[in-house]
Design a protein around this ligand. Structure first.
Ligand SMILES: Cc1cc2nc3c(=O)[nH]c(=O)nc-3n(C[C@H](O)[C@H](O)[C@H](O)COP(=O)(O)OP(=O)(O)OC[C@H]3O[C@@H](n4cnc5c(N)ncnc54)[C@H](O)[C@@H]3O)c2cc1C
Length: 370
């Protein structure tokens, strides 16, 4: 079967790896040059450890990651609202990990040996006919494929061509992200909740910590916000342990700014084109399940393609196996974002009384295999 993967991110490299392990030699095009995205971090809950293991990559990823055993939520003054021993919740799957995004990307990229990779190339046009899809690439070449996998992220060009009516929608928050020295001695996943604002810090190695800061903002005001905003002034209502990390960002730290968008769609398949990862179902990062859902999509899709001789039936099986889990994550993200936006006293009482139970409830379906 001739397969094209569009996008060399977490989803694209994962599905290439999963297909290679089933004996396929897919083509993959990535619009960027052959370099890892730098600067930010990723938290990976335990179901990702299990998925990486199924790709044969758990150990190489764990070797470049920090193992995270707890999740702590504090109020903006630093008082603890709840703490969860996340390692217990995820024990059936594997450890929660935290690492620079470039380290995961580099490990997935480095594991590919039989995929035909082309960097600096994207897709200009796609023509769908029964049983095939003809693709015109940005480098002037064209080719016909039995299957095209759109793994090109929230701003997917494949989705735009095949599902022109679907557009990402703004979820109401903007964020700043960077990696810096862990001068605040942060241990475990540590979030601080203010009014319409959140600070989060997670170690990504023995020396460094990944910092994420977000705030609610009306869509028309997003363009006025930039990466170089004074985070110390913006988050001045916060105390330690995370405040000094955002207040003292050094001039040479690359801060990534962005607005947060989601993609919700009823169908991920049209003819021989299928969407996976953020292209199909980007969410707010409140569950930290974007990478997990992308890698699980990749595993299930490769398994279906290898096991079911009729490609159309394989794509239907992929959708059927992934739909419930992905919908669950998207709904939980919305629910978590709503809870963060509750009046502070009510939100704090809920977290003090129910924080542990809510954590277990929201992740329980993901502890079970996909
Ligand atoms: C602020 C924020 C924080 C997050 N934190 C976490 C976290 O802690 N843990 C977690 O699991 N997830 C997190 N996520 C989500 C996670 O980043 C995504 O779910 C994940 O990157 C999705 O992978 P992907 O491969 O589908 O998309 P991407 O990582 O976006 O990769 C898509 C790739 O396709 C390429 N591409 C795009 N268009 C084309 C084209 N037309 N032709 C060729 N190539 C193309 C892009 O260059 C890119 O390399 C976060 C997201 C945000 C916004």
């Amino acid at each position: 079967m001739k397969i094209l993967i569009v996008g060399g991110g977490i989803a694209g490299f994962s599905v290439a790896r999963a297909l290679e392990r089933k004996g396929y030699r897919p083509d993959l095009v990535e619009r960027r040059l052959d370099e890892a995205p730098g600067g930010t971090g990723l938290f990976l809950p335990g179901n990702v450890a299990r998925a990486l293991d199924q790709l044969g990559l758990f150990e190489p990823v764990r070797d470049v990651a920090a193992v995270i055993a707890t999740q702590r939520i504090l109020d903006s003054e630093g008082r603890q609202l709840t703490v969860t021993r996340t390692q217990d919740v995820w024990a059936p799957c594997g450890p929660c990990l935290s690492l620079p995004r470039a380290a995961l990307h580099g490990t997935l990229r480095g594991a590919l040996s039989r995929t035909n990779l082309r960097f600096g190339v994207s897709v200009n046009e796609m023509q769908l006919s029964p049983g095939t899809c003809r693709v015109a690439f940005s480098d002037g070449t064209t080719s016909a494929y039995d299957l095209v996998i759109g793994a090109d992220g929230v701003d997917s060009g494949v989705r735009r061509l095949v599902f022109p009516g679907i557009k990402p929608t703004y979820v109401g928050n903007v964020c700043w992200r960077f990696i810096t020295r862990n001068t605040a001695a942060i241990e475990g996943w540590t979030a601080m909740l203010g009014h319409g604002q959140t600070l989060l810090a997670i170690p990504v190695s023995a020396e460094d910590v990944y910092v994420y800061a977000d705030m609610a903002l009306a869509e028309q005001d997003v363009e006025g916000m930039i990466a170089q905003t004074s985070l110390g002034a913006l988050f001045g209502g916060f105390a330690e342990p995370v405040f000094s990390l955002v207040a003292n960002v050094s001039a040479d730290t690359r801060v990534h700014f962005g607005s947060i968008e989601q993609v919700v769609m009823d169908d991920w398949v049209k003819g021989r084109v299928v969407l996976i990862g953020d292209a199909a179902h980007a969410s707010s990062p409140s569950m930290a399940e974007g990478a997990g859902m992308a890698i699980e999509d990749a595993l299930v899709l490769a398994e279906a393609i290898a096991a079911i001789p009729d490609p159309d039936a394989a794509l239907a099986s992929y959708t059927a196996r992934r739909r419930h889990r992905v919908d669950w994550v998207q709904k939980q993200c919305v629910a978590r974002d709503k809870m963060r936006a509750l009046p502070t006293p009510a939100r704090n009482v809920i977290l003090r009384l129910l924080g542990n139970r809510l954590y277990k409830r929201s992740y329980a379906p993901l502890v079970a295999p996909t």
